[in-house]
Design a protein around this ligand. Structure first.
Ligand code: VGL
Ligand code: ZN
Length: 204
């Protein structure tokens, strides 16, 4: 059974948002067209408290996109984004939400970031998504959303590690960095994650 994971399709990750992914909103019509092809649709939502330690504003003397070590883990510092109960956290208004059966939130612990929808960046705490998917009978996971070189990529790695046949739909995502995205695609292919275009699904 095939599940589609909609990763972080939130206002702050599209142009005009606080951590805008270039052209991020361009994926939404395609994501909406893909949804009916799946047995199960699940979404994730980046959901940070005020003062989250992934924010550059939490570290005096640092700026967004600086790299630091945060409690033993490498951390890119971000502009404040997806702050709980702001409109930036909302799923994008053009996203068809009617088939989304569950939404998994992540990034709530102040001291650790969480790119993957399955685990925090230290793999310390699970969101429960893998057990949810197994409980629903999912064996295959397809990933779309934002950003392709961060949360979609790390979610794909964890999906595969959890034993799901994992597929990454390249034209239903956009990256923060083009170079980072090329490296992510190469890494996924090397690990046996299927990297495909939506056309392979939409035109049988
Ligand atoms: C994301 C950076 C920080 C993402 C979330 O959704 O890709 N990237 N928080
Ligand atoms: Zn975040």
């Amino acid at each position: 059974m095939k599940a589609l994971l909609l990763i972080d399709i939130q206002n702050d990750f599209v142009p005009g948002g606080r951590l805008a992914v270039p052209d991020g909103d361009a994926i939404i019509p395609l994501v909406n067209a893909l949804q009916p092809l799946f047995d199960l649709v699940v979404a994730s939502q980046d959901w940070h408290p005020v003062g989250h330690e992934s924010f550059a504003s939490s570290h005096a003397g640092h700026e967004p996109f600086n790299h630091i070590e945060l409690h033993g883990l490498p951390q890119t510092l971000w502009p404040d984004h997806c702050v709980q109960e702001t409109t930036g956290t909302d799923l994008h208004p053009a996203l068809d939400t009617r088939r989304i059966e569950a939404i998994f939130r992540k990034g709530m612990a102040l001291e650790i970031d969480s790119y993957s929808a399955f685990y925090d960046n230290g793999h310390r705490k699970s969101t429960g998504l893998a057990d949810y998917l197994r409980g629903r009978g999912a064996t295959e996971v397809y990933l779309v959303g934002l950003a392709g070189d961060f949360c979609v990529y790390f979610s794909a790695l964890d999906a595969q590690a959890e034993g799901f046949a994992t597929h990454f739909i390249t034209d239903a995502t956009r990256p923060i960095s083009a170079e980072g995205f090329q490296a992510a695609l190469a890494d996924m292919q090397a690990r046996g994650i299927q990297v495909l275009e939506s056309q392979a699904l939409l035109v049988p």
